[in-house]
Design a protein around this ligand. Structure first.
Ligand code: NAG
Ligand code: NAG
Ligand code: NAG
Ligand code: NAG
Ligand code: NAG
Ligand code: NAG
Ligand code: NAG
Ligand code: NAG
Ligand code: NAG
Ligand code: NAG
Ligand code: ZN
Length: 869
């Protein structure tokens, strides 16, 4: 749950409408008022109980940028690159829906729909509202985009979903609320995404891509539809999500593509429909099957599709009079889901995730975990900037929302960040000109979000709800600097000369573990086993032994240790006083390609930890999952790529451990990595490739820029901590949050006005360590959206995986709270509207973890809801 706080300056009475929270509340949402809602019941066509019901779902998959930029896709510009124009799709579909009330369409990407909507007349808007109210046009997923699942951070995903779903609710009310999450294209699926979707109130989730071995097994076992138990911490069914695998990716069955972009013959009026193949249905459990009738940017001329679908339905159903038992109907994912629910079956339970994704033996989509490391970092730091900008808009009051010094407009950055979550944006799988466009949009967002600032002075804003100790590094000239804090007290500081030489770290470093940077030669496809090349999506090293860039790094020791492995790979190692972690700052590039070989550079940490093939990676920056080398929890893996097949997404941290020690690496962006040898953890930093990997992008991942025409140079940081496993989470949870929401540093020129306030805290008191302040954002004139999160996973910390209490009345220093209302995670439902379909799991409802609890204090005291089990 999450919340909006009604604030009123200088008012100190509190009107809590009601305060109840489920027993573990990862996200808290509070809003002013409760309203009763009536569910819009989608109007689904009747099905026939004794027959096989084929649900035809007309749909289009509109990437929010990929081969073309998001704007080019909307307008249909640059059709020489790819024929695609979303504005025409929506024009054409609405027109065709009006021609026959039986027809249905689903729409997914609110970033596009929102643009189209703004250009429509009142009449057209009313017509579309009618279509939505009648269930003829249905929104599914409904976020601003269809986010990538491997390289996104949960906070940015929640933001982009909230933005899209809010537009739908504001525009269409209840009938516009999507019940189904729809990730038909992302290249693997994260458990945290399923958990978020459940907490956003979705009743089901459909996707297209999973490992080919997993899929084959599931088809045989008829386990393509399941109940995903997506959290070890939440009490079922809070994070349970009904999940279905679509029969044909997201394409139509072979021979049935009637888009203008396809060559399949139309249905003639003397139909021979013997080819109509319903064998797919044999691998599903019910007498219902869903067919995705559409694909990338289809329906620009919707008449072609609908005319043929009308005929298909008519002719196939006519055969029923001759004994056929196939019933074909126009449908939507939520109508299909409703039938599955009605079937009242039990479904297999799934506890792990769907990474990594391979579409055949040597084709692991694990390269994109690291592709475009500079864009990945820019996206991550833009998230931190946006959260700060939103907080200051709230704390600074109305003046900070407009005017020359006001942050004014966080909307631009919000939209740029939402678009950047798309599965061809932060994933790094777009064309170079499109990657440039995402970066340009983020930069424009920063410009609109100028955070007001206060000799030169350095302003540091910490967006977390607790104090942090954070090193600030500034380039200076000379050594004569005195640095003081707001009270005039000296701040501990050092000027590190670029060439001085003081011994410190070397012994420390070698006693703990050994860092060495290595690289893989990328496969160029000339190989007897498979012609697959490494590319933007796919990681395929030439051999399974990494090539050590240099056995002897040239080392200079200062307050920091500087290592040069080669002219294009170097690293600085720093240990700050009082720090819980060692900092490795790596610099890689320009990656040489003179030998005509692509290269993928990794950082490998070797330790004496007895990790027995087990390692841990986070899911979208939130819960941590256990990984085991050459192993998948739900099927017997035949491992065909010893490196790429053991890579997993690392969004914020990864670790290995034994009984005594845990080595944790906190990353500053999403990267791919794994533990190939016991005691070792490797993380891919940068990749430069000379071939396209034939997954559609049509370009080698060969990044250059104006400043780096020889090849992009990328710099980043890893924070390493070594602690006893029992207390490791107490370090790496807050550390990871500090890197995600890092202090914002700004500069002011000239003397400060004497009356300038040098120190400010938006909070009255520090929040308890287990509670993370996830969102503070202006919702409308008088309300603020607040999300509080219990950030510890069940059982991971003796001290912090415990219920915790927050007193909302004493939270903010500049806001008074008039009332509070709870909402679901994506803020598109009030608490009293929250209902979800219940599903029965096949086997043991094994719920292990201790339930974490976040209790909100109200005048009624701490209110707990009953255990949901
Ligand atoms: C039903 O079968 C009869 C006899 O085979 C055939 O003439 C007729 O066309 C069939 N009708 C349909 C709708 O297939
Ligand atoms: C669903 O199945 C259970 C048995 O598993 C049965 O008790 C229950 O009545 C069924 N519900 C409906 C609505 O058919
Ligand atoms: C550094 O300071 C010296 C002396 O004030 C000056 O001559 C020099 O130009 C400065 N260097 C830079 C890079 O600003
Ligand atoms: C690996 O590289 C060597 C030479 O550098 C080449 O002979 C071999 O075919 C490559 N293997 C693969 C799988 O690309
Ligand atoms: C790989 O093989 C293709 C054709 O078989 C050839 O054109 C290409 O030069 C080869 N690449 C390398 C790096 O040997
Ligand atoms: C990578 O390619 C280089 C040639 O550029 C070769 O010397 C080296 O042995 C190769 N390393 C591996 C691990 O294949
Ligand atoms: C490593 O751990 C495994 C159990 O996880 C144990 O069987 C093995 O003996 C250990 N090896 C060493 C060298 O301690
Ligand atoms: C990679 O980029 C470099 C630098 O722009 C260029 O010289 C080279 O031809 C490119 N190679 C490929 C295969 O795109
Ligand atoms: C959704 O929209 C309806 C109709 O405008 C409104 O009454 C309701 O409060 C909105 N719900 C939320 C959660 O904002
Ligand atoms: C965080 C939270 O309260 N999420 C709730 C949102 O609403 C759905 C039902 O629609 C609940 O299942 C979630 O728990
Ligand atoms: Zn896509």
């Amino acid at each position: 749950m999450i919340g909006k706080i009604h604030k009123q300056m200088s008012h100190d009475s509190w009107l809590f409408s009601k305060m109840a929270t489920p027993d573990y509340t990862p996200f808290v949402f509070l809003l002013l008022l409760f309203q009763s809602g009536v569910w819009g019941v989608p109007s689904c066509h009747a099905t026939k109980p004794g027959m096989l019901n084929v649900h035809l779902v007309p749909h289009t998959h509109d990437d929010v940028g990929w081969l073309k930029t998001v704007d080019q896709y909307f307008y249909g510009d640059r059709n020489d690159i790819q024929h695609a124009g979303v504005q025409y799709i929506l024009d054409s579909v609405v027109d065709q829906l009006l021609k026959n009330p039986d027809r249905r369409f689903i729409y997914v990407e609110t970033a596009f729909f929102y643009r189209w909507w703004k250009q429509q007349t009142d009449d057209m808007q009313n017509t579309v509202k009618q279509l939505v109210n009648e269930g003829r046009l249905e929104f599914v997923n409904g976020g601003w985009c269809m986010s990538d699942e491997a390289t996104t951070h949960y906070s940015a995903v929640i933001d982009q979903m909230t933005m899209g779903l809010r537009f739908l609710n504001d525009t269409f009310g209840h009938c516009g609320r999507p019940r189904v999450a729809w990730h038909i294209d992302p290249f693997g699926h994260a458990r945290e995404h399923a958990s978020m979707f459940a907490q956003m109130g979705y009743d089901g989730f459909f996707f297209g891509r999973l490992d080919y071995q997993d899929r084959n097994r599931r088809m045989v076992a008829r386990e393509q539809e399941m109940l995903w138990r997506a959290s070890e911490s939440l009490t079922p069914p809070m994070a349970d999500l009904f999940t279905g695998i679509l029969p044909n990716g997201y394409n139509p069955p072979e021979g049935f593509c009637w888009d203008q972009s396809c060559d399949d013959p139309p249905i003639r009026d003397d139909p021979d429909l013997e080819d109509y193949n319903v064998d797919d249905a044999l691998v599903y459990k019910t007498n219902h099957i869903i067919m995705t009738m559409g694909s990338d940017f289809q329906y620009e001329n919707a008449n072609l599709w609908y005319k043929n679908l009308d005929k298909l339905i008519r002719y196939v159903n006519q055969m029923q009079s001759n004994g056929s038992e196939v019933n074909v109907l126009y449908s939507t994912p939520s109508c299909y889901l409703q039938e599955l629910h009605r079937a009242n079956l039990t479904w297999p339970l799934k506890g792990d995730d769907f990474f990594p994704y391979a579409d055949s033996a040597h084709d692991f989509w694990t390269g994109y975990f690291t592709s475009r490391p500079a864009l990945k970092r820019y996206e991550r730091i833009s998230n931190s900037y946006l959260q700060t900008c939103k907080q200051l808009e709230v704390l600074g009051g109305p003046i900070s929302r407009k005017g020359p010094f006001g942050a004014g407009d966080s909307e631009t950055l919000k939209k740029a960040m939402a678009v950047a979550q798309h599965h061809d944006a932060v994933s790094g799988t777009e064309k170079q000109h499109v990657a440039n466009d995402y970066a340009r949009k983020l930069a424009n967002g920063w410009a609109h979000c100028q955070v007001p600032t206060m000799c030169f002075s350095v302003n540091v804003y910490n967006p977390l709800a607790r104090p942090v100790s954070w090193p600030v590094r500034l380039p200076v000239n000379g050594t004569a600097y005195s640095i003081s804090d707001a009270k005039g007290k000296a701040v501990d500081s050092q000027v590190v000369s670029l060439c001085a030489s003081i011994v410190t770290l070397r012994d420390f470093l070698s006693s703990l573990f050994c860092v060495c940077l290595s690289r893989y030669n990328a496969s160029d496809g000339n190989n007897s086993e498979s012609i697959q090349m490494s590319g933007a999506y796919i990681f395929r090293p030439n051999t399974s032994t990494p090539f050590i860039i240099s056995k002897t790094a040239k080392i200079e020791t200062l307050q920091e240790v500087r290592q040069w492995f080669s002219p294009w790979v170097s690293q600085v190692v720093r240990l700050y006083t009082d720090s819980r972690a060692l900092e490795l700052e790596w610099t890689v590039g320009p990656v040489p390609i003179g030998d005509d070989l692509g290269k993928e550079v990794i950082s490998r940490l070797d330790s004496s930890i007895n990790s027995s093939g087990v390692f841990y990676t986070d899911s979208n920056g939130r819960e941590v999952l256990q990984r085991r080398k050459d192993y998948r929890p739900t099927w017997n893996l035949r491992q065909s790529e010893p490196i790429a097949g053991n890579y997993y997404p690392i969004n914020s941290r990864a670790y290995i451990k034994d009984d005594k020690d845990q080595l944790t690496v906190v990353t500053d962006r999403s990267q791919g990595g794994g533990s190939i040898q016991d005691g070792s953890l490797e993380i891919m930093l940068h990749r430069r490739l000379l071939y396209d990997d034939v997954r559609g992008v049509g370009e080698p991942l060969n990044e250059t820029s104006d400043i780096y025409p020889e090849g992009l140079v990328v710099r980043g940081r890893h924070l390493l901590s070594l602690s006893p496993p029992a207390t490791a989470a107490d370090t790496h949870r807050p550390l990871a949050q500090e890197v995600v929401l890092q202090p914002l540093i700004t500069f002011t020129d000239g003397e400060l006005h004497p009356s300038t306030r040098l120190e400010f805290s938006g909070l009255q008191a520090v929040l308890p360590p287990a509670v993370h302040l996830l969102t503070v954002s202006q919702w409308d004139q008088d309300t603020v959206l607040l999300r509080l999160e219990h950030q510890y996973q069940a059982s991971e910390s003796k001290e912090h995986s415990q219920p915790v209490t927050v007193n909302l009345q004493k939270l903010f220093s500049t806001l008074d709270m008039l009332g509070v209302s709870e909402m679901n995670l994506s803020a598109n439902q009030w608490k009293d509207e929250m209902t979800r379909l219940d599903w029965k799991a096949e086997s043991g409802t094994h719920h292990t973890g201790v339930t974490n609890q976040l209790c909100l204090l109200s005048p009624l005291g701490c209110v707990k809801t009953a255990d949901l089990l």
